[in-house]
Design a binder for this molecule. Structure first.
Ligand SMILES: Nc1ncnc2c1ncn2[C@@H]1O[C@H](COP(=O)(O)OP(=O)(O)O)[C@@H](O)[C@H]1O
Ligand SMILES: [Mg+2]
Length: 367
């Protein structure tokens, strides 16, 4: 059974960590306890011909047991940020604190020890082509000196967790992308990490396989209390499994909060772009006033907007309309650009409020 791997004498010997540390109940998340603290982290890359400020003064806390999404456009600094979490990339300024260990104050040897508690998976899987599935999973166990028979036993348990028992003798080239990522996940779990970092782990997979892998990650998070950090450029991934999200834009932390907060009330331009995937080709209208209307029940905007347009006898520009399922609740938002005439604007807002919709002025990037 999966649970046994954390509490049995056998596995305790395999991984050489005290039994109490392995009992899963001890890993139950304590409310608001940060497992990762990123403090004033900046990272500048200097090459012969230029300097890139990849991260600019990032401050962020990730709670124990959370599935935390870090999202941003390509080149925003996400991979750099995730590599600073285990000091594979040393910040130019600032530090990272894992549990109570300030990584900037540790020796190389001590950092290596912390790294064994932080596993990583990638878009490219990084499996060893010459090794079978089973031997790929045994690899990190071999490195820490686990006897071969025990490593294989543990690897088989891990294969069960990821649902790939039948493939232990296959080579990576014989597997689909989803199966390769399952092997990578099994390998990442071999040393019982407390944190699993996933850098674009589903970006090479089709939508159905992505869903299956995300489901597996969620199961691992729930069963074993492992904190998961998901780096992605896809909002749907965050929406699917994350509880919290941070948005990185050109090296800056643009916004962070619960997924529900950020999805329903994105504040920064970067968040708005990601949440709604802004379409800049909306038709031109002279009015500059934009409003956002929000609902969080199973109602529909369309008849309301149509009736408002009829009643006020003036057109509006629907800049964006979006309905999303967040934690089982339908959230809808619409951004409207109103006509130039202020009296008509007020009449429209009043109409929408009468329909019990939440209305607020919106500083929408119309440029
Ligand atoms: N080792 C490096 N040397 C120089 N520049 C780098 C290095 N790693 C990343 N960068 C630069 O830092 C910026 C952020 O990169 P990255 O963290 O990979 O972004 P993301 O993962 O969000 O796509 C980019 O401009 C990239 O070119
Ligand atoms: Mg990246």
């Amino acid at each position: 059974m999966y649970h046994d791997i954390y509490i049995s004498e056998k596995s305790v010997k395999i991984i050489g960590i005290s039994a109490t540390e392995q009992i899963m109940t001890e890993r139950k998340p304590l409310m608001n306890e940060a497992i990762i603290r990123i403090e004033n982290v900046s990272k500048t890359f200097t090459t012969t011909d230029n300097t890139v400020e990849a991260l600019k003064n990032i401050n962020l806390e990730i709670g124990r047991g959370e599935i935390f999404g870090i999202i941003g456009m390509s080149g925003a600094g996400k991979s750099t940020l995730v590599r600073t979490l285990n000091f594979l990339e040393k910040p130019t300024e600032g530090t990272v604190i894992i549990e109570d260990k300030d990584l900037s104050k540790l020796s190389e040897k001590e950092i290596r020890k912390v790294r064994t508690e932080i596993a990583m998976i990638f878009q490219s899987f990084n499996l060893l082509a010459q090794r079978t599935v089973l031997d790929n999973i045994c690899f990190p166990l071999e490195i820490i000196g686990t006897p071969k028979a025990k490593a294989r036993e543990r690897a088989r348990e891990l294969l069960q967790i990821v649902g790939l028992e039948a493939k232990e003798n296959s080579y990576p080239s014989q597997l689909s992308g989803g199966q390769k990522q399952r092997v990578a996940i099994a390998r990442a779990l071999a040393n019982n990490p407390k944190i699993l970092l996933c850098d674009e782990a589903t970006s090479a997979l089709d939508p159905t396989t992505t869903k299956a892998i995300l489901k597996l990650l969620k199961e691992i998070n729930e069963k074993y209390g492992i904190t998961i950090v998901i780096i992605t450029h896809e909002m749907t991934v965050v929406q699917e499994i994350c509880s919290h999200v941070a948005i990185i834009d050109e090296g800056v932390l643009a916004e962070h909060g619960t997924v529900e907060e950020v999805f329903s009330h994105p504040k920064s331009k970067a968040a708005k772009k990601l949440v709604f995937m802004v379409n800049h080709s909306t038709p031109r209208m002279d009015g500059r006033r934009c409003i956002r209307i929000t609902f969080s029940e199973n109602s529909s905007f369309e008849p309301v907007i149509a009736n408002m347009v009829l009643e006020c006898n003036a057109p509006v520009n629907i800049l964006l309309a979006d309905t999303q399922d967040i934690g089982g609740i339908a959230h809808g938002q619409m951004i409207l650009q109103l006509p130039e005439d202020t009296a008509t604007q007020e009449k429209m807002i009043e109409y929408l409020k009468r329909c019990n919709l939440e209305v607020e002025d919106e500083d929408w990037p119309c440029d």
